[in-house]
Ligand binder design. Structure first.
Ligand code: ZN
Length: 484
């Protein structure tokens, strides 16, 4: 229909001028009628068959006095097309602006105060309007309240297109508070707004992907179509036993078995959990399995030994060590002294994680360290993080932290020549080399727990074996999916 709509509009603009100014001027009538006839023949468009049979005068009159009140076939056709080109209902995407409330967003979109309040009341039992976030989007349909948006026929549309725009109301508002829920508020006359929450059916698919590392794990993984969030998780789960700086070499490989959620239309919407993963480094295979107990999931090796050590060796993601532990010539002081930690080259603003569970013993300005965080862990261990640009919210002396929590952001405050994280592990108040210190390992499953783990491990291995490993290459279309 698009072609004929455009055609009708082109023609109407030609016809409009002579019709309103010089109705009696015959030659111009001919001029006005001809282009349309000509256009129809030129384009071979047969969508409007009634026109050929019409008396040219009638054709012209109808067009010139363009009004839905007239009853000629052309009028009906044109009215329907006019309605199609200016739809009865209007769908708009509303976006939450900075500091907007839901009421304000609706009012800015032209919803009346009463309707906005009624919409909010309808939504409240399902979703707190206070939870809206800047940038969140809502699909709104506006139209006249008496015509349902779905079944407006051409005739009805033509009829109500006479209605003034002031009759327009919000007919429905729809949004997804989470990936698998869709809340829709409908205007039902005369009851007002009613909200419903529909759970979207997501399909879960297991993916079993492997890749060989040529330069970096991250690059190999993303080229194999593994989502970025999965890569970060792989690094995190192996970070206790694998030193990504020194242990990973070209030719090493890894496999990951994870699930992914898709909409009924096949769009990937979210990544589920990594169920199992392995890394083969210099011929030695490290395997980890996900095991859930009392709602808490953790990764264990084949024997039920937790992958978690008490302290992480690298409290920042994707870091390169720029200065190791030991004697060095200090770039600012100009003389040789002991470097009592390790430096990780990371851009300013990189999240710094608590290396282990503990309590913040210090968070503030620490002289040469610049902004400094010190965390006390068990067994007389402590960790320190220097040259920070800022602290994460709530990170004050006395605050409890869990391993992996973001405590601060890296920077170059204090005695630093460039942005980096200075990281120390202290045992009984003296600094030790984080790369070589033996830290207590995590728990080992025993008894019934171990039996349950072995059962789960067997289940995962069977699932994995049923899916051949995809060794996908860089040209795989999966590359585009890394956004999730
Ligand atoms: Zn340092």
């Amino acid at each position: 229909m698009t072609a004929s709509v455009a055609l009708a509009i082109t023609w109407l603009s030609l016809a409009a001028a002579p019709a309103s100014t010089s109705r009696a001027y015959e030659p111009r009538r001919e001029q006005a009628a001809l282009p349309y006839d000509l256009l129809l023949r030129l384009t071979g468009l047969h969508a409007l068959p009634a026109i050929a049979a019409e008396d040219p005068g009638q054709l012209y009159r109808s067009a010139g006095l363009f009004s839905p009140g007239l009853s000629g076939p052309l009028d009906r056709i044109l009215a329907a097309e006019r309605a199609a080109s200016k739809p009865q209902t209007e769908t708009r995407t509303l976006k939450v602006g900075d500091g907007d409330t839901m009421v304000r967003m609706l009012q800015q979109a032209g919803v009346s105060t009463e309707d906005a309040a009624a919409v909010i009341d309808a939504i409240k039992p399902l979703y707190s309007p206070r939870n809206i976030r800047t940038g969140q989007t809502f699909q709104a349909i506006f139209g006249t309240a008496d015509t349902p948006p779905d079944n407006a026929t051409g005739a009805q549309a033509a009829q109500s297109s006479q209605d003034d725009d002031s009759d327009r109301r919000l007919l429905s508002l729809s949004f997804a508070p989470s990936i698998d829920h869709q809340i829709t508020v409908h205007l039902t006359v005369p009851d007002g707004y009613l909200a419903e929450d529909v759970e979207r059916k997501l399909q879960t698919h297991y993916q079993h992907v492997g890749a060989t590392i040529d330069s970096s794990l991250y690059l190999a993984a993303t080229q194999a179509g593994i989502p970025a969030s999965v890569v970060v998780e792989i690094i995190r789960m192996f970070s206790y036993e694998v030193d990504f700086q020194r242990d990973v070499h070209p030719g090493d490989d890894f496999e990951v078995f994870f699930n992914r959620y898709f909409t009924a239309e096949g769009q990937p919407v979210k990544v589920g959990d990594i169920l199992a993963a392995s890394m083969t480094l210099s011929g030695r295979k490290h395997l980890l399995y996900r095991f859930e107990q009392g709602g808490e999931a953790e990764y264990f090796d084949v024997n039920g030994q937790s992958a978690k050590a008490m302290l992480m060796k690298t409290p920042v993601d994707g870091a390169r060590i720029s200065s190791g532990f030991g004697q060095r010539h200090h770039p600012i002081l100009g003389y040789t002294r002991m470097h009592k930690g390790i430096d990780f080259a990371v851009p300013s603003g990189t999240p710094v994680m608590a290396a282990g569970d503990g309590t913040i013993a210090f968070a503030g300005s620490g002289g040469e360290y610049g902004n400094l965080v010190v965390i006390k862990h068990g067994n007389n261990y402590a960790t320190a993080y220097g040259h920070l640009s800022r602290f994460a919210p709530g990170m004050r002396t006395g605050a409890r932290v869990h391993q992996g929590d973001v405590v601060a952001y890296s920077g170059m405050t204090g005695l630093a020549t460039g942005p980096h994280l200075h990281y120390e592990i202290r045992v009984n108040n003296s600094q030790v080399n984080p790369l070589t210190v033996k830290v207590a390992s995590g728990r080992k499953l025993e008894g019934e727990d171990l039996k349950a783990f072995f059962a789960e491990r067997g289940h995962l291995e069977t699932l994995e074996a049923s899916l051949p490993v995809e060794h996908r290459l860089a040209q795989a279309t999966g590359l585009r999916e890394t956004r999730d």
